[in-house]
Design a protein. Structure first.
Length: 202
């Protein structure tokens, strides 16, 4: 698969403890994430560009929720519990857009961000944010989340959620977290992230 840009599982190191990200000055995605990582990620999921993304506000569920790719363990396979999340408060500020993202904590614990940036055009979008925090094991890290998909009336199709570790400190408990400059991509195996909203609210 190749694209152009356009249960706490401690063994996997996916249960990263995130806290709600703070407001920051707008930055393009390549100002936050190294180009090399973006190039590698774009081999497994789309990264859309543009400043006219679709409206994606709503409640959604990834089911079945599976691991598509792990950069440091390419042969790893795993099925997670269903994952629900919400997008809301989408708004335009100057020439860019933001949206609030809130997950159910099953993949990333406190997985939320009031200032998630969103780009794209037509029905395609990529949302992204970064965060600096401390893992419970004592590791300090900087992480990023990317979410790409195509909005349709039934929900979101071709949706992928990537978790990236951009930087982290050395620690005796290093095995509790993914390696620095590694990423994992989660997706919906049936290719439809269904909307949990009623037809009247879509």
């Amino acid at each position: 698969m190749s694209f152009k840009k356009g249960n706490a599982v401690w063994g996997l190191g996916l249960m990263i403890i995130f806290t709600a990200c703070k407001k920051d000055n707008f930055k393009e995605i390549n100002q936050l994430i190294p180009e090399k990582m973006l190039d590698e990620i774009s081999q497994h999921m789309p990264i859309y560009e543009g400043n006219t993304p679709p409206k994606i506000e709503g409640n959604y569920i990834i089911s079945p929720c599976e691991l598509l790719y792990c950069s440091n363990q390419p042969d790893l396979e795993y099925t997670f519990d269903d994952y629900t999340f919400k997008f809301y408060n989408q708004k335009k500020i100057n020439n860019y857009q933001t949206i609030t993202f809130v997950g159910d904590n099953s993949l990333m614990r406190i997985d939320s961000c009031d200032y998630t940036y969103i780009m794209g055009k037509e029905n395609h979008f990529t949302a992204y944010y970064t965060i600096k925090e401390n893992h419970f094991s004592g590791v300090k890290y900087k992480a990023a989340v990317l979410i790409s998909g195509t909005k349709i009336p039934q929900g979101i199709t071709d949706m992928y959620l990537a978790i990236l570790i951009l930087k982290k400190s050395n620690s005796m408990n290093d095995d509790f977290m993914m390696p620095e400059k590694s990423f994992r991509i989660i997706y919906d195996k049936d290719n439809l992230v269904e909307s949990l909203d009623t037809a009247e609210t879509l």
